[in-house]
Each structure stands twice: as structure tokens, then as C-alpha cells.
Write a protein of this length. Structure first.
Length: 223
């Protein structure tokens, strides 16, 4: 595992693609690219899996994918990372280790990660039972989201919703975000979509409160 404190030295104008160097082996992710209007991303090259076809391994998978830095400098958007896949004759579990930096100017109170296919407006969520999931149904591999409360369970097999804490502006994940993904045969790529949600501004909360009171008043006046 490399030093998670490395900082991205520039913001790419186009997607950066990381490819594996060396002989390809079955069951490996062969590389990835990213697409986002609100973030810059840096990562390590993808190595062949140490333990291919290790679906439902208990504990941390030795097949690690390291995204050194995902720096969000905008709000109200998503970061899509597309991973290239080759068949393995089974399902391989990967451990994802990600450094996330908040340079958006606004603290976050929620962070969502989704599995799917395609990117941008063409993104399609993964469907239940397709073999691509966040280590379900066992969920017996590490999952950690730093400042957010521990996740006891997932909303569904293809979604992680980290909440219950505040990720401050200008903060960097310490420790890094960690989660596991089961990658099946039969797909040539998949997408991990990540979305931070800013803490609502006080003015916005006041407006929502005023609207709620107005609705309540109308309802009472109708009775």
C-alpha cells in the first residue's frame, strides 16, 4: 500500500487512463479511466490479482486497487471511474483503497458510492443479482469511511451510503476510504460512481423550515 498522503500535482483536462504493465492474467482489472467535471483523480497502475477467483474471501482481499487521490473541487456533481475487466472463469474480489480530498469549499455530511456501467449521462446502475456488488451477501470484508459512522449494512448490494458525520472542507481522508467489490465474468467494464453531498446551508434550512410551517398551516386551516 503506498503513501496515501501523495497529492495530485495537476488537474487533467481529459480523463487519465492507468494500464497494467506485464503479462495479463485471468480475473484481473486491466486498467481504469475517470470522468468528472468536479474532481481530479490520481491512482496507481493496476497489477494482476494476487488471488484471482477469491469471491467471498473473509477479511481483506490481497487484490488491491489504490486510488491515491480523488480531489473534489466542485459541488453538485459526480466522479465516475470506469474499470476494464477480462473474464476469469469466476468472480474476483478486490479491495479498494481511496484517498479523498474535499476542496469544494463546503463540508459534506454524506458520501454515496454506486456500481454501474457507462459514465456521465450514460451511467446505468448495476442491477441486483448480476454478480457485480459490494461484497454481498456476506459483507465480511473491510469497509471504512473515516469521519462517517460505521456502516452496519448497505441500502442495496450496489450502493454504499456513508453518512452520520461531517467531512470538513480542505480535509483529506485519514485513514483512507476502504471498500470491497466482487467482479464477475461476462462484463468488459464497470463504473464506480462517487457523489459527495454538501451540508445544507443555514439559509436553505430556514427556507425549508418556513415552507414546512406554511404547508402545516394550510393543512390545519382546511380542517
Amino acid at each position: 500500500m503506498m503513501n496515501m498522503q501523495k497529492q495530485l500535482t495537476g488537474i487533467a483536462a481529459t480523463a487519465i487512463t492507468f494500464t497494467c504493465v506485464g503479462t495479463l492474467h485471468a480475473g484481473q482489472l486491466t486498467g481504469f479511466s475517470w470522468s468528472s467535471g468536479i474532481a481530479s483523480i490520481a491512482g496507481e497502475p493496476v497489477d494482476p490479482p494476487v488471488d484471482p477467483n477469491n469471491d467471498n474471501v473473509v477479511g481483506a482481499s490481497p487484490n488491491e486497487i489504490v486510488v491515491t487521490q480523488k480531489d473534489f473541487f466542485g459541488v453538485n456533481g459526480v466522479a465516475d471511474i470506469v474499470f476494464n475487466v477480462i473474464d476469469s472463469g469466476g468472480t474476483t474480489e478486490y479491495l479498494f483503497i481511496e484517498g479523498v480530498s474535499n476542496s469544494s469549499g463546503i463540508p459534506w455530511d454524506e458520501y454515496r458510492i454506486e456500481l454501474g456501467f457507462g459514465e456521465g449521462v450514460d451511467f446505468v446502475p448495476s442491477t441486483p443479482g448480476d454478480g457485480l456488488d459490494f461484497d454481498t451477501p456476506d459483507e465480511d470484508s473491510p469497509r471504512d469511511f473515516s469521519v462517517f459512522f460505521p456502516l452496519d449494512s448497505l441500502p442495496n448490494e450496489d450502493t454504499i451510503l456513508a453518512e452520520g458525520g461531517i467531512f470538513p472542507n480542505l480535509a483529506f481522508t485519514t485513514p483512507p476510504f476502504v471498500f470491497s467489490v466482487d467482479v464477475p465474468d461476462g462484463i468488459d467494464s464497470f463504473t464506480i460512481r462517487q457523489t459527495p453531498f454538501p451540508v445544507p446551508e443555514p439559509a436553505g434550512l430556514a427556507l425549508l423550515s418556513t415552507m414546512g410551517l406554511a404547508v402545516l398551516h394550510r393543512r390545519r386551516s382546511q380542517h
